[in-house]
Design a protein around this ligand. Sequence first.
Ligand SMILES: [Zn+2]
Length: 493
Amino acid sequence: MRDHFEIRDHDAAGRIGELEVPRAGVTVETPALLPVINPNIETIDPGRLRAEFGAEMLITNSYIVRTTDDLRERAEAEGLHDMLGYDGAIMTDSGSFQLAEYGEIDTTTTEILEFQRDIGSDVGTPVDIPTPPDAARERTESDLDVTRQALADAEAVEAGEMLVNAPVQGSTHPDLRERAGRTAAATGLDVFPVGAVVPMLNAYRYDDMVDAVAAAKRGLSEDCPVHLFGAGHPMMFALAVALGCDLFDSAAYALMARDGRYLTVSGTEQLEGLDYLSCSCPICHGHTAEELRDAAPDDRERLLAEHNLHVTVEEIRRVKQAIRDGDLLELVERRARSHPAMVDGYRALLDHADRLERVDSASKGTFFGLSHESARRPEVRRHHDRLARLDVPDSLLCSEFGEPSEHPYDAVWRVVPPFGPFPRALSETYPLTAEVPDRTDAAAERAAAAGVRALAGANPDAAITLAHRGWGADALSAVPDAVTLEDLSEPGA
Ligand SMILES: [Zn+2]
């Protein structure tokens, strides 16, 4: 067990956890957002990050510090915390990004980790190889060999109380990601960044990001804190948390501000095009869109960065509350509606419903059926598994219409798409307290039919009748022939 990370609450594969960072004397509640501080360009004074934005941890680049003479001298003399004027936890990156960008860097894992330790970093990073998406298998494997060696070198460094990252690479090859996850989890290292997802996010390949993270998570163990490295857009936090990501970092808040871009939870706007500010953060509360546009360039950049950071950390808080309330997947669903590529991400998440099902807590808020994707949620799958274990009386009516006053059956069960049948005794238990639309869609009918099939399959000797409200042929074809059908939507029925 990794005793520096404790999970407090669960929803889907998302969790609220506590990451203890011993060297900083700080406990970071996860999911958490780490603002990225470029030591050369301070858009927001790091001294303000903790009190004003609630950031318990930030991330900065030790390679930039080491290769910039005055920064290196100051960091060595004062330590990173005094140099940045920040008393929270500091994670440092190693130069892997520069390595990927420029092909070579002038350091090694041992050297840069010792440097990170010496300047007071609380979480250090080895030099791994961030293999981009779509890389050939051969290249991905040889890059992973280098990363595996970097992790071994990192384990050999006397890190003291500094935690050390064990990055998980593997490009877009799920089996290699999974294997890399297993390799990383087998080390004694502490935090697990899933790397090289930024090119996927920049290209709106949210489904590929989901598959990469899901594969990494299969290799990692549940007690591994997972960092989705380079992911800082609030639009995708709910999705990534539902997969089991615990840490995020944002350079986006500052980079977007430089380009006059205004972040929201459903996308990115150009300040130029905004007549109104739909946010209530201190910046948007105190300024009109016109005032922001007319501000001096430096002020505008800082004000926009502050808004961007406020909206980013606010979404992290919203995600945490959703985990607490047990309606994280409802939030994922709402966020998915903001862009077709996010719908792809949500659909990819549901492809992994079997994994989500294993870690999802069984008792939550109210299940909301919000779209045809809801029929593929892990709760529906779990109910169908349960149906296959339920005994039924000799003759059973499963009805979408409630119990008739007189009937010849031994029992009457309710039918609610997408779940299918269940005994009345379970009506008040999660997820059967669900709120679903009256105007059922085909996917929900098909899922309910799969529930009937599970029940009939487990009870071949029972006489089961299904009274449905005009289900489509597609759904009805999934109901076994042994089940008697009554369509009660027809006139005179
Ligand atoms: Zn705002």
